[in-house]
Design a protein around this ligand. Structure first.
Ligand code: GLV
Ligand code: MN
Ligand code: MN
Ligand code: MN
Length: 394
């Protein structure tokens, strides 16, 4: 049997209907939301129809298992708070299509909370043993909801953790989420390595006060501290980073967040990524020292949340070679080997088995946005490369 392009595209569109939002093809399907759980139930049904044995684990990772030893394929089906329709979803539906059209044993997975509502790639981090479940249960999202509370919403579905020993390897297809393939007019990227990441919450606490009566020199304004911290940090990083290093303050919670109140507290996310572990550590030192300096100068209390992270990893040679062979067959001369600046479940799974990844272009390099998209012919090219690789590997 060969892959069924129509069935694949139809399932991809159906998955989008869970949490469809915003303009264009956007989705809002964060981990453990109603839309996410409904999508997982639907996916489980599609897995069953494909003859796979369905298993949810205690954190909501969803597996469709083939009998006996198998190649595991998949990604995640949760989304960012404002997400695109392909980030994660593409890898899951492509895996499903390969599993049901192939005569080789292929299992399918949709990991939970890849997008980091609670941690960094939480579901696969727990499954791989990187993040202990007890530690994860103590994490909370930006609204203060604990992981333990959130995952309880799936308790009626939960079985045991799936034994990874049955899998011979893991292959994850994904959109690139960056501009390279689109700019170069290429159809396929075979991933060489995935960057490392660090992520922690930082809090400045000053004095909440009246915005009309409190003279500027007497204020302990938490937003002013955050602003100064950001400016100093950018300055200090200049001699430390490479063009591939990135850092982001993506979430800020100002308290009480009112026009006429000097903010008493600023809690924000601080995330940084690089391919070099030593550089990640150096950046952490600079972050902590800069925050402390600003806090002392402005009479702020300073606290740091738990440091979460993943190390940079290289993809497996043999799995990569199979994908490269598939890429050359499907898109001769129109593919490249490339690093991933986005994080993926494959990083965690690499602790358990050989892993490899395949990219298709993101139009305009846009992702983590409602406008995220990929041309249909390239979605199908990626599917065919996977199909080709499975024939070589299994
Ligand atoms: C995962 O979505 C990431 O932020 O890289
Ligand atoms: Mn993703
Ligand atoms: Mn993502
Ligand atoms: Mn991701």
């Amino acid at each position: 049997m060969t892959v069924n392009a129509e069935r694949f595209l139809e399932d991809l569109n159906t998955l989008r209907s869970f949490g469809a939002a915003g303009v264009g093809k956007g989705v809002v399907r964060p981990a453990y939301s109603e839309a996410d759980i409904a999508a997982r139930r639907w996916l489980a049904g599609r897995m069953e129809e494909a003859g796979l044995q369905v298993r949810f684990d205690p954190v909501g990772n969803l597996f469709g298992l083939a009998a006996g030893p198998s190649l595991l394929m998949g990604s995640h089906s949760d989304s960012q708070p404002e997400g695109g329709w392909l980030d994660g979803a593409l890898g899951v539906i492509a895996a499903l299509e390969i599993a049901r059209s192939s005569d080789r044993p292929v299992s399918v997975v949709s990991f939970q909370d890849e997008e980091g509502r609670f941690g960094v790639t939480t579901g696969s981090a727990i499954w791989s043993g990187h993040l202990p479940l007890t530690e994860a249960d103590g994490l909370s999202d930006h609204a203060g909801v604990s992981f333990a509370t959130a995952r309880a919403a799936m308790a009626d579905l939960a079985g045991d953790f799936v034994d990874p020993a049955q899998f011979t390897g893991f292959v994850e297809m994904h959109i690139e989420q960056g501009p390279t393939l689109d700019i170069e007019g290429e159809q396929i990227g075979v991933v060489s390595d995935i960057v490392g990441i660090r992520d922690m919450k930082v809090t400045f606490e000053g004095q909440q006060n009246h915005a009309g009566t409190t003279p500027m020199h007497l204020r302990r304004d938490a937003f002013q501290a955050l602003g100064e911290f950001n400016a100093r940090l950018n300055d200090r990083f200049r001699n430390v980073v490479t063009p591939r290093t990135v850092w982001t303050i993506g979430h800020v919670n100002l308290h009480p967040n009112a026009s006429s109140i000097v903010p008493g507290r600023a809690r924000f996310s601080m995330q940084w990524r690089d391919g070099d572990t030593a550089r990640l550590a150096r950046m952490e030192e600079i972050i902590r020292a800069t925050a402390l300096e600003v806090a002392e100068a402005r009479g702020m209390k300073l606290s740091f949340g738990p440091l979460l992270g993943l190390e940079p990893v290289e993809m497996d040679r043999a799995l990569r070679a199979a994908l490269e062979q598939g890429a050359e067959a499907v898109a001769p001369g129109r593919w490249r080997s490339m690093p991933s600046g986005a994080l993926h479940d494959a990083t965690n799974v690499s602790r358990l088995m050989p892993v490899a990844m395949l990219f298709v272009p993101s139009i305009g390099g846009i992702s983590h946005d409602f406008a995220e998209d990929t041309r249909e012919q390239e979605l199908l090219a990626g599917l065919r490369v996977l199909d080709h690789a499975v024939r070589v590997l299994v």
